[in-house]
Ligand binder design. Structure first.
Ligand SMILES: NC(=O)c1ccc[n+]([C@@H]2O[C@H](COP(=O)([O-])OP(=O)(O)OC[C@H]3O[C@@H](n4cnc5c(N)ncnc54)[C@H](OP(=O)(O)O)[C@@H]3O)[C@@H](O)[C@H]2O)c1
Length: 295
């Protein structure tokens, strides 16, 4: 079978593509999925660059495809599924961009003690993989008032996602705009100055949700643990079939969309990683594995 794997850490050139990877045997409770698509997430290039400890390591956290063998009582051959693998610690073709980032967004919002129809949420980086799901899910599932931040080129896109208000972080300072209109939940995947400014617009009983951005700062995490009135939380995504089914419901209805930035074939995985690391687009970067498509 096809696979992309690494035998050592490094740049995109350590990614190896093969058509001869050994097919795994499944045991009770497991299924074998003929994968249609996956996506490239920041965690993939972080694992590739240094976090991987055991080799060969097959990369990728998102699964979307059709079951070809089943030893599960719940799932049968032919079922169309999407899932997030637990291998990374730390239309069906489009669903390959969903699990990891949509679950991150869902779990971050779910941990935010939101009051349906009443809460004010600030989602930073609304154009990103996580952010674009967070904006849509905060509206669809929690009926929140949603403000999001993005670059100038993404302003229209963010409004189309359904955000109530959009801040252009290249021209405006959200902390100034919202100093008298604080948020019950702030979801931050950016960190640094964005984190410092976010504290100033957090409501009295509000929650600052750090989702392990590139700039996550241990001193701030330690200081956050001492907060008493407001809450500082860190969220690391976990697989959850139950939550994925809730998300799938919104995708089927069309109230939430997985926006695709660019699609790469599996054999161009190095280009996909390079593109993801220097991302200028919006939504998800998909990796097409086979041609199976939605009926
Ligand atoms: N905790 C977890 O379990 C978990 C799970 C998934 C991801 N993450 C982390 O979350 C981060 C984002 O992941 P992702 O998949 O959403 O990445 P992504 O798809 O690459 O999106 C990043 C987005 O950040 C925006 N951005 C950059 N600087 C910004 C700023 N100053 N203010 C507002 N937006 C800004 C960019 O949009 P513009 O073009 O508009 O600037 C870009 O679309 C990564 O560090 C990732 O590792 C954590």
């Amino acid at each position: 079978m096809q696979a992309v794997f690494i035998q050592k850490t490094g740049g995109p050139d350590v990614l190896e593509f093969t058509k001869d990877f050994e097919k795994p045997d499944i045991t009770i409770g497991q299924v074998l999925v003929r994968q249609v698509s996956t996506s490239v997430n920041p965690i993939d290039f972080k694992v590739r660059a240094g976090m991987a400890k055991i080799f060969p390591k097959v990369l990728g956290g998102d699964v979307s495809g059709v079951i070809t063998e089943s030893k599960s009582s719940k799932w049968k051959e032919g079922d169309r599924v999407c899932a997030m693998t637990s291998g990374i610690r730390p239309d069906i073709a489009e669903y390959g961009g969903v699990p990891l980032t949509a679950l991150t967004a869902y779990q971050a919002l779910d941990g935010g003690d939101l009051q349906p129809g009443k809460s004010r949420v600030l989602v930073h980086a609304g154009a990103g993989g996580v952010g674009h799901f967070a904006v849509q899910l905060a509206k669809a599932h929690w009926k929140a008032f949603v403000v999001t931040t993005g670059s100038t080129k993404n302003q229209e896109f963010l409004k189309e996602l359904g955000a109530d208000e959009v801040v252009d972080y290249q021209k405006e300072n959200f902390a100034e705009i919202y100093k008298d209109k604080p948020f019950d939940l702030i979801l931050d995947s950016v960190g640094g100055i964005v984190e410092d400014r976010s504290y100033t617009v957090l409501a009295k009983n509000g929650i600052y949700m750090d989702i392990y951005s590139n700039n996550t700062d241990q001193k701030k995490i330690d200081a956050g643990k001492t907060w008493t009135i407001q809450k500082y939380k860190m969220q690391f995504v976990k697989p959850s079939g139950e939550q994925l089914q809730i998300i799938a419901g919104y995708l089927e209805q069309g109230t939430v969309k997985c926006v695709l930035d660019k699609i790469f074939p599996l054999y161009q995985i190095r280009e996909a990683h390079e593109y993801a690391e220097n991302k200028q687009g919006r939504g998800k970067i998909l990796v097409q594995i086979s041609k199976e498509s939605r009926k």
